[in-house]
Structures are given as C-alpha cells and as structure tokens.
Design a protein around this ligand. Structure first.
Ligand code: BGC
Length: 500
C-alpha cells in the first residue's frame, strides 16, 4: 500500500481500501452491522451529553429542596463539577481498563457504575449522597468517553471511520439538546430534579443489555484473546478480499508486539518518541477543543445572552436551546464532511470560522459596553454566538475525538486515548470554572479575545503538526509517527515540516 504526501501536510491514500468493498462502494449506511454497533456504542455519548447538560436546570430545583445547597455556592459548584472530577478519573483509568479487559467489558462496567450513580442521585436523601452519585456518573461518562470512539473506530472500515466515530459526538450533542429541552420543559415541581437525573439510567440499562449481544472489538480480540473469534467478527464487516488484507495487517502488528522487549506502560507516553509524538497531537487537539471555548458557549449561553443586554430569562433559555440544536445539526454536517475532506481541512476551516466569530463577539461586547447603541451590539453578539456554533460543530467538535481514536498504535490506543480524554475533561473543568471570574476581572469582550487568540494558536498547531488520517489504516497511521520519530532523530528533515 502506498501513501504519498502532499504539500500542506496531507497524505493521499493510494491502493488498499480504496472505498470499494468487493466492487461495492463503502458508504456510511452500507453496513448495517457496523452502523448498529456504532449506535449502541454511541449511547455512551448520549449519557455524556445528557448528564453534562441537565445539571444546569436540575440545580435550580435541588436548591429548592435542600436549604444547605441553596445557601452555599460551594455545594452548588461541587454538585455541578463533581461529574467532571469523576470523568477525569474515569477517562484516565478507562484507557487501561480498555487495554486490559477489552472494549466490551469497559462499556459494561461504565454502564453499571453509571446506573448506580444515577439511581443514587434520584434517591439521594441529602446533598452528600447526591454529590457521590454525581461522582459515580462522572466515572461512567469518563470511561465511556474513551471507550465508545475506540470501539467504533476498531470496527469501522477506514473509508467511513471518521463519520462513524463522529456519530458518537452526535450522540453527545444530541444528548445535550435533549437535556436542554428537559430543563425547559420541567417546571418547578418539587422532586422533579430526581426524575431529571434518574431517567438517564434508562439508556444505560438499554446499552448494557444490547452490548451483551455485540462482539468484543475484533482488533482487541486478535491481539489479546483469540484470532479465530476476531476473524468471525471481521468477516461481518469486510468482504473476503478486504478481510484477508485486514488479517494480514493485524498479523504483522501482532508480530511487532511480540518483538517488543518491554511491557507497555504509561511511562512510554513520555519515553518512547513515536508514542510521545502521537500523544502530543491527540492531547493537543483535545485541549484546544476545550480552550477555544465550546463549553463556555454550551454552559453559559443564557448568561452570555444576558451579558449582551437581553434581560428576559425565557429568551435566554430559548436561545440556549437553539444553540444546542444548531450544535447537533452541525455535527451531522461533520459526519458527512469528515471522510470527504479529511480531518485537517475540516479542523482548519472550523477554526477559521471560530476565530472570526470570537472576534465578532468580543468587539460587540467591547463596543456595546460604551454607548447608547447597546441593543444593536447585543444582537451582533448573539449573531456571533450562532456563527461560532455553526463553525465549531462540524469541525472542532468531532475531529479531536476522531483523530484520537485512530492515531495511536494498537498497544497504546487505550492508554493514550484515555490520557488525552483526561486532558479534554481537565481542560473542560478549567474553562468552566474560570470563564466567569476572568470575565469579571478583565471584562467579557477581552475574555472572548483571549479565546480567539487561543484559536489562532490552535490553527497553527493543526496546520503544522496534525497529519491527515482520512482513509488510512491503523497500520499506515502508525507508520507516520515512526517516520516522524526517525526523521527527527536523524535530523534530516525538520519534524514540523509540512505537518508530517
Ligand atoms: C466536547 C464536549 C462539548 C460538546 C459540545 C464535545 O465534542 O467534548 O465537551 O460539550 O462537544 O459540542
């Protein structure tokens, strides 16, 4: 199989999986087995989206019920952010669980922890049980955030891998939209929050049951358990010609694994050059996804709308619902584009739009704060928010998750995917916890300008460092890092040249 590099860092894939499966073009809908598996795995994304979104509405009713919570902003913040803390730990441990026990058992475990957590929250007699329930739910979400993309990627033909992994992101954004609908629909009936939080046990139970009928990831099976079982699964995904090709590639990966002298460890992420280079790409993308401000928009859009001078609560909530809907629709566009134009083009065009929108929002806030035309600038800020989502959703939403599911070698996919998902969750927590205080300290306009500056750095990072992985097999992607490590060692070619 041949990979040629093109100027600007992209690689074109010639031969091998050319998009045809025994003469039949492989499309997103062409294999119902893989699509079904993707949707079941994607319940993990649904839980991720729903639970991170619903708490902003539920907390209002929790305050009504527990006086201690109402009187302490510390308790309120702890209830909200405990799920993120759990997710950080769940993602870090989830990678290892995935490598050691497989993707299927990792998913089942995440479901069990999640179900206990959400039922615990629904029945919580006091705020402390509620906080513990949020922590468990976070552990489940964090583990699922590593597992679902990896499980989907390993079962996907390379031509449609991006779209299928991005389907999990659609489940995240769909789950967020659903949670905002729930937040808006429920009125202040005491006890309502118990339903709001407890109901997410239902998709977790559904996923647990459906997963029992799905196979372990064929790649994990081949490397860790049974070649025969792996081949049975692979034969449901590929036609005989492609099947043989896939098995050949897996056989050589297994051989390399055997030749490795030391066992895989977390330290290798720092010590082994090609692992480190890949991890920097994956973790960098995850950090930039969060530091370009998506969750300030998701969590604070009503507040931002009010900061822009609109005082109606209803309008603010309605606008946040529209933002969530646009985000979900934009993800569908991403599913369509990611395997057509590739990860780099999508991320770069997404970031360009994000930079323009952030500058627009910033200017609207800065100009609006100093004059009689505040209403006019308020509308510009709201328009900027909409533009931001329209550009972010198809690109910087799905690309980091997709790239992380495909850039690591078989032996490090769990560890590195888990660590970089941890980077995503830690960055999420930092941004969510600091946005309002930074806005208080330096002003809302300058805060958005800071996000815009980060987005410029992100653009340069993608431009020079992220390789194009569209259509490549896992083995071909692995070779990119080996090549980079080799060329930077021999100093013949500067590492960052052409993003390859
Ligand atoms: C991110 C989440 C974010 C969501 C919204 C996901 O890709 O990881 O943190 O809330 O997108 O679009």
């Amino acid at each position: 199989m041949t990979i040629i590099s093109l100027p600007g860092g992209s690689s074109e894939y010639l031969g091998g999986g050319s998009g045809y499966d025994g003469g039949r073009k492989i499309t997103y809908f062409s294999n119902s087995y893989v699509l079904g598996l993707t949707l079941v795995a994607g319940f993990g994304g649904l839980l991720f989206g729903y639970d991170t979104g619903v708490i902003s509405g539920a907390i209002l009713y929790i305050r009504d019920e527990f006086e201690a919570v109402d009187q302490s902003s510390f308790l309120q913040e702890t209830i909200v952010s405990m799920a993120l803390v759990g997710a950080i730990i769940g993602a870090a441990a989830g990678g290892w669980i995935n490598d050691t026990y497989g993707r299927k058992r990792a998913t089942l475990l995440a479901d069990v922890i999640f179900i206990i957590g959400s039922l615990g929250m629904a029945a919580a007699p006091d705020p402390y049980v509620l906080i513990f329930g949020r922590f468990l739910v976070g552990l489940g979400i964090g583990t699922a955030s590593v597992t679902a993309p990896m499980y989907i990627a390993e079962a996907s033909p390379s031509e449609i891998r991006g779209g299928l992994v991005s389907t999990n992101v659609l489940m995240i954004t769909g789950g967020q939209f659903l949670s905002y609908l729930v937040n808006l629909a429920f009125t202040e009936v005491p006890g309502t929050w118990r339903w709001m939080l407890g109901v997410s046990a239902v998709p977790a139970v559904m996923q647990f049951v459906l997963m029992l009928f799905l196979p372990e990831s064929p790649r994990w099976l081949y490397m860790k358990k049974s070649k025969a079982e792996a081949i049975v699964v692979l034969s449901k995904i590929y036609d005989p010609f492609r099947l043989e090709e896939e098995i050949d590639q897996l056989a050589s990966t297994l051989e390399e694994e055997r030749l490795r002298k030391n066992a895989v460890s977390y330290w290798d992420v720092i010590i082994v050059k090609e692992v480190r280079l890949a991890f920097l790409a994956g973790a960098g993308l995850q950090a930039f996804q969060q530091f370009t401000g998506i969750n300030t928009v998701m969590y604070y859009s009503p507040t931002i709308v009010q900061m822009a001078g609109f005082n109606s609560n209803r309008l603010a909530l309605l606008l946040s619902l529209i933002v969530a809907l646009m985000n979900a629709i934009g993800t569908v566009l991403g599913i369509y584009l990611i395997d057509m134009y590739g990860r780099r083009k999508l991320a770069l065009s997404s970031l360009s739009g994000v930079i323009v929108s952030l500058v627009l929002i910033s200017v609207a806030f800065i100009m609006g704060s100093s004059g009689s035309t505040q209403g006019y600038y308020g509308w510009i800020a709201v328009f900027g928010l909409a533009l931001y989502i329209a550009f972010f959703a198809p690109g910087m939403g799905p690309v980091p998750w997709t790239v992380n599911s495909e850039i690591y070698s078989q032996s490090y996919r769990g560890i590195c995917g888990g660590l970089s998902a941890t980077v995503n969750w830690v960055s999420n927590l930092i941004v969510a916890q600091t946005f309002l205080s930074i806005a208080d300290a330096v002003g809302t306009g300058p805060t958005f300008l800071i996000l815009a500056a980060i987005a410029v750095v992100a653009f340069v990072f993608v431009m020079v460092y992220i390789p194009e992985t569209k259509g490549l097999s896992f083995e071909e992607v692995e070779n990119i890092w080996k090549e980079r490590a080799r060329s930077s060692n021999s100093n013949k070619e500067p590492l960052l040249e052409h993003g390859r």
